[in-house]
Ligand binder design. Sequence first.
Ligand SMILES: NC(=O)c1ccc[n+]([C@@H]2O[C@H](COP(=O)([O-])OP(=O)(O)OC[C@H]3O[C@@H](n4cnc5c(N)ncnc54)[C@H](OP(=O)(O)O)[C@@H]3O)[C@@H](O)[C@H]2O)c1
Length: 255
Amino acid sequence: MNQLPRTPSFRLTGKRALVTGASRGIGLGGAMALAEAGAHVVMAARSTPSIMAAAARIQEAGYSAEGVSLDVSDYASMVNTIADYAPFDILFNNAGTNDPKPYIDVTTDNFDSIVDLNLRSAFFVAQQVAKSMIEVGNGGSIIHTSSQMGHVGGIERSVYCGTKFGIEGVTKASAIELAQYQIRVNTLCPTFIRTPMTESTFNNPEKRAWIEEKIKLGRVGEVEDIMGAVVFLASDAAALITGTSLVIDGGWTAD
Ligand SMILES: NC(=O)c1ccc[n+]([C@@H]2O[C@H](COP(=O)([O-])OP(=O)(O)OC[C@H]3O[C@@H](n4cnc5c(N)ncnc54)[C@H](OP(=O)(O)O)[C@@H]3O)[C@@H](O)[C@H]2O)c1
């Protein structure tokens, strides 16, 4: 007799996750979601007090987490930190930034700082974690925080879109090469989420009106809107999903 199909597990018990940019915003939400699903979460960001406080909050809520101070754009220190804290089954590669400017006003400094964090550092953090996953041989899930701006253009976001379209390409190409090791690589593509990074955009009435008009579900995103998606992509429920993106945009890119 045929067995009734059963939903693969969304639980992450026994897994180890690294979350970059975990002290606030989307990274803190992702770290909490992974911890709630049962993973031990290593949380990284530059500011020591902030990342230690964020990890302590998750521990106080009854989950397993620790903080580490790390500037992901410092290659040598990133390599050492990953070696110290590996192995990892999950990477939520989330540290990123924006400094919105009209295309005509973008300077080389502005360009370099956004590309350095959002594309260069994200690339090498994932490469380093992938190397350690290959060594251990248990596969894994790499989730890059891309953006809806990795799929469409946005006002004053020529550099930001360049980095997020870039990480979409890195995701597809690396997914092809890492599949032989059962390492899945995907992106999470949120619309505007209320975080410290987007505060200045939301405080501008013209930009807020633009955002609210574009999000078909009629509200801006909250950190909670990304949390289930992080767990899903990390879990066995997404076992055949790689080289693609999960867009959480309230319908922004639907038209
Ligand atoms: N908010 C949105 O609407 C939105 C939408 C789509 C995509 N995203 C993407 O989501 C990610 C997180 O955005 P967010 O809004 O949560 O940003 P955020 O509130 O500014 O938080 C950024 C986090 O990254 C850390 N960070 C910054 N530079 C770092 C570095 N060099 N090394 C290590 N950690 C670093 C910050 O801590 P320290 O400063 O202490 O290092 C902080 O924990 C970014 O990749 C962003 O592009 C955001």
